[in-house]
Structure formats: structure tokens, C-alpha cells
Design a protein around this ligand. Structure first.
Ligand SMILES: *[C@@H]1O[C@H](CO)[C@@H](O)[C@H](O)[C@H]1NC(C)=O
Ligand SMILES: *[C@@H]1O[C@H](CO)[C@@H](O)[C@H](O)[C@H]1NC(C)=O
Ligand SMILES: *[C@@H]1O[C@H](CO)[C@@H](O)[C@H](O)[C@H]1NC(C)=O
Ligand SMILES: *[C@@H]1O[C@H](CO)[C@@H](O)[C@H](O)[C@H]1NC(C)=O
Length: 380
């Protein structure tokens, strides 16, 4: 690129950055899980560039890696950071919780936008009852730390669950939590309701398909056109399994007495590769699942039970992670290879595509549109 073109490009990128904030308020956009169980990932600053070019501005981490949070300072990216399960016991101690929040969150604000802390991941679906008993106390003391720092309105506190905490998920209206988890879930829900924080669930229609490929319709799990399912109790029609799973969680929460808690998807995705017995793991299915999901996110769709609440989703994951244990699928959920090339194309084309789709459905200034087009032509 010539020097002039590069200067123009830099200038236009700055303008883009400003317009990015406008685009952002037009829709929630795709969130992405940035897992780092790998030894070959690009540096956080390269990742920041990749995400900026794709216009992805919602990222979820499993820890609070200071290198990542630093690399995204003054970016438009909004972060969910995590407290690992191994720290839960310590976090029940209010002094340690306060120290953690100061060191991992406060230090980065406001340069890096951290809007949520997940305390523990899939604790209730494991079999460590001691860990389960630490969960709410740990969430509580992190929340209290935020309150004492005056940050509780800017940063939510929650935890992420596996869908297997449900005993029942179909039809969605009969969604119910496992009875043996009630003693943990009831007080947790009461706390969510009190502090107005969202309930996060990791939901993988892929698992349902893999376990039962002869009975579960592939089109239904991949958001392709299909005859769908009707919930006999509500008469609501479901054309895909993910929405049915989300509504099953809403029903389970309602069964515990709450209608005031928002459900969000902290993980969903589809592997592009798997072991021979992992039916359905292929680049084609992964592309269709994530591509169709992206389209629905862009449309701001809600589920049949909550049509006015746009689905809020973090896809798993940004990169293939070569050091993840377990079956081959575990290492192949990424949208990108570690070298930054896409594993498949889901139609994330960055600003231009974003602008065109936004200008179709929303009002967009003529100037903004021209800047986007020009930047696209000059920067490529
Ligand atoms: C928990 O706190 C103790 C005492 O401060 C510390 O020695 C230990 O390393 C902490 N545990 C973890 C997992 O960080
Ligand atoms: C449950 O505990 C057993 C034995 O301690 C362990 O082998 C297994 O992996 C655990 N399962 C889960 C889901 O953590
Ligand atoms: C916290 O969660 C609530 C409920 O889901 C949501 O309305 C609010 O916008 C969230 N706050 C932040 C700072 O993201
Ligand atoms: C677009 O602008 C027109 C006129 O200014 C207004 O009536 C309309 O509601 C706007 N549409 C959206 C989606 O904001």
C-alpha cells in the first residue's frame, strides 16, 4: 500500500471507529468467546485488529487476562470477564473478592469496557457439591465488592450454566431444573432478581443431534427450513432447537417463581471437525449453524416466548484451541484458525456488509454510508 493510501486508510478507520458506536446501538451484534487453551494463538493486539475488522465488539473471556484487556483499551469492545472455578473458594472471602475486582476489573476501567463478570463456569452441572456451595457466596462477595467501589451499575455479576442443569427441556413450556439442584438454584435466582443480573446458559443443539441423529432433525438444529415443533401447552411454534432451549430455561425459571430474569446464551456453537463417532461435526454444518444464527442475531429476533427480547448470544469460539482435552470436536469449535484465517465463511464481512444491512432496515446518515464505502475501497 502506498504511504498516502495508508494515511487515508488510518484516517478513515478513525472515522469508522466513531461510526462503529452508531452501528452498535442499532443492534446487539454477535458476541464471541475468546478461549485461550492453545499454544499457537496470535497476540492479543492482533486479535484486537481482527475483531475490529470484523466489527465484532462483544467478547467473553474465561479469565481476566490483563494482556487481553490491555490490548483492547480504547477499543469499542465490550467484555465479559470470568473468575475461574479454582478461585471460587477464595472469592467467598470478601477481602479477596475486593482485591480481585480491584486488580482485574477496576484497573482496566474505563479504558477497557468490562460490563459483566461471570463467577464460575458450569459449576452446578459438575459433581463437586462443595464447589456448588461456594457459588452463591462467591457471587455475593464479588457483587458487594462492586457496590463498595460504586461500580455495580456498570458491571453485572452472574455465572454460566450448562443446559444439563435442566431435567426437562421439551416441550419448552415444561422446562424445569433438576430437582437436586433446587437448593442452589432457588437462592441464586432470588439474587439475580434482586440485583437485576442476567441468567447465562451454555446451549449446544449440536449435542442433542450428535446423541440422537436418527430422531433429531438436522434442519431443525441448524436453523434451516423445516416443519418445526409446536409446544402443545402454549401453541407456540418453534422452527429451531436453540430457541426451544432458551424458552425452556425461561419456563424453568418461572417455575421457581421468577419472571423478571433475562436469559442469555453465554456459549453456543458447532464443531467443524470431530472423532468418527461425533456425528454432524463438519465444516459445512458449522458454517450453516453459525451463519444462520448470525443472520437471526442481525435481525434482532426474539424467541417465541419472548419475541420482543433480542437473543443475546456469545458464539463458541473465536479460535480452534489445540490444547483442549476431550474428543476432537473440543479442539474444533473455532470460527478462525490461529493464523487468523477463517475455518469457514459465515458471512461476517465487517463494516461494508454491516452498513448495507443496517441501511436497509434502519436510518443511516448519508455521510456515514459514504465513509464506510470509501474506507472499504481504500483499506480493502
Ligand atoms: C487462595 O488464597 C490463598 C491465601 O491468600 C492463596 O495462597 C491461594 O493461592 C489462593 N488460591 C488460588 C487458587 O488462587
Ligand atoms: C465426577 O466425579 C468423578 C470421580 O471423582 C470424575 O471421574 C468425573 O469426571 C466427574 N464428572 C464430572 C462431570 O465432573
Ligand atoms: C445487566 O443485566 C441486566 C439484566 O439482564 C441488563 O438489563 C443490564 O443492561 C446489564 N448491565 C450491563 C452494564 O450490561
Ligand atoms: C426513519 O426515519 C423516518 C423519518 O425521519 C421515521 O419516520 C422512521 O420511523 C425512521 N425509521 C427507523 C427504523 O428509525
Amino acid at each position: 500500500m502506498r504511504a498516502e493510501a495508508m494515511r487515508d486508510c488510518a484516517f478513515l478507520l478513525t472515522l469508522l471507529f466513531l461510526f462503529d458506536s452508531i452501528v452498535q446501538i442499532l443492534g446487539l451484534g454477535l458476541g464471541i468467546n475468546y478461549g485461550q487453551i492453545a499454544n499457537n494463538l496470535p497476540s492479543p493486539s492482533r486479535v484486537a485488529f481482527l475483531l475490529e475488522s470484523l466489527n465484532i465488539n462483544r467478547v467473553k473471556l474465561y479469565d481476566a487476562d490483563p494482556n487481553v484487556l490491555q490490548a483492547f483499551s480504547n477499543s469499542n469492545v465490550e467484555f465479559v470477564v470470568g473468575v475461574g472455578n479454582e478461585y471460587l473458594l477464595n472469592m467467598t472471602d470478601s477481602n479477596k473478592a475486593l482485591a480481585w475486582v480491584k486488580q482485574h476489573v477496576l484497573r482496566h476501567l474505563p479504558w477497557t469496557r468490562i460490563t459483566c463478570i461471570t463467577v464460575g463456569n458450569e459449576v452446578l452441572s459438575g459433581n463437586d457439591t462443595q464447589l456448588m456451595s461456594y457459588l452463591l457466596p462467591a457471587i455475593h462477595s464479588i457483587y458487594n465488592a462492586l457496590v463498595s467501589l460504586g461500580m455495580n451499575d456498570r458491571v453485572n455479576v452472574t455465572t454460566a450454566h450448562s443446559l444439563s442443569i435442566l431435567a426437562n427441556s421439551f416441550p419448552p413450556s415444561s422446562g424445569a431444573f433438576r430437582q437436586d439442584l433446587g437448593e442452589y438454584i432457588q437462592p441464586l435466582l432470588n439474587f439475580h432478581s434482586q440485583i437485576k443480573s442476567p441468567f447465562l446458559i451454555n446451549a449446544y443443539p449440536y449435542f442433542a443431534y450428535k446423541d440422537n441423529p436418527n430422531e433429531v432433525s438436522l434442519d431443525y438444529v441448524l436453523f434451516q427450513s423445516n416443519q418445526g415443533m409446536t409446544d402443545p401447552n402454549t401453541n407456540l411454534k418453534y422452527d429451531n432447537m436453540l430457541y426451544a432451549q432458551i424458552d425452556a430455561v425461561y419456563s424453568a425459571i418461572k417455575r421457581m417463581g421468577h419472571t423478571d430474569i433475562e436469559v442469555r446464551i453465554s456459549e453456543t456453537g458447532w464443531p467443524s471437525k470431530g472423532d468418527p463417532d461425533e456425528v454432524g461435526a463438519s465444516p459445512e454444518n458449522a458454517r450453516i449453524y453459525n451463519g444462520n444464527l448470525l443472520r437471526r442475531i442481525e435481525e434482532g429476533q426474539g424467541t417465541p416466548l419472548k419475541p420482543s427480547i433480542p437473543i443475546d448470544i456469545y458464539v463458541f469460539a473465536l479460535f480452534n484451541e489445540d490444547l483442549k482435552p476431550g474428543p476432537a470436536s473440543e479442539r474444533n469449535y473455532g470460527l478462525y484458525y490461529p493464523d487468523g484465517t477463517p475455518v469457514y465463511d459465515i458471512g461476517l464481512r465487517g463494516y461494508l456488509a454491516e452498513m448495507v444491512s443496517a441501511s436497509k432496515t434502519k436510518n443511516m446518515s448519508f455521510l456515514g454510508f459514504i465513509i464506510f464505502i470509501t474506507a472499504f475501497l481504500i483499506c480493502g
